[in-house]
Design a protein around this ligand. Structure first.
Ligand code: FES
Length: 99
């Protein structure tokens, strides 16, 4: 079953669909929303953002977040898959429509 999750990125206000099996970062890029990123494997923390609503899981056992950050709702979109619809906060997100 292919379940898309809807993810709203604030404060930009862009909604993207994340197909099952896709990371937040990959889905955002595919939708034309550029999230900050570098390593794309959960270590550099460049993509770190806050989850304001909803649940996600990290695809690796030890993403570069400590226990406090996880409790406070921080996530690494390059290695995160939504488990529900989400609202994430990433002030450095940009819409990729400079064509
Ligand atoms: S891009 Fe490096 S931790 Fe996500």
């Amino acid at each position: 079953m292919n379940t898309n999750r809807r993810v709203l990125i604030v404060p930009g206000g862009w909604a993207i669909d994340v197909p099952s099996g896709s990371t937040l970062l990959a889905a955002a890029l595919a939708a034309g929303v550029r999230l900050p990123s570098s390593c794309r494997n959960g270590t550099c923390r460049e993509c770190r953002c806050r989850v304001l609503q909803g649940e996600l899981r990290h695809t690796i056992g030890w993403p570069g977040l400590d226990a406090d950050e996880r409790r406070e709702g921080w996530a690494l979109p390059c290695v995160a898959e939504p488990l529900s619809d989400l609202v994430i906060e990433q002030p450095r997100a940009r819409r990729d429509d400079a064509a």
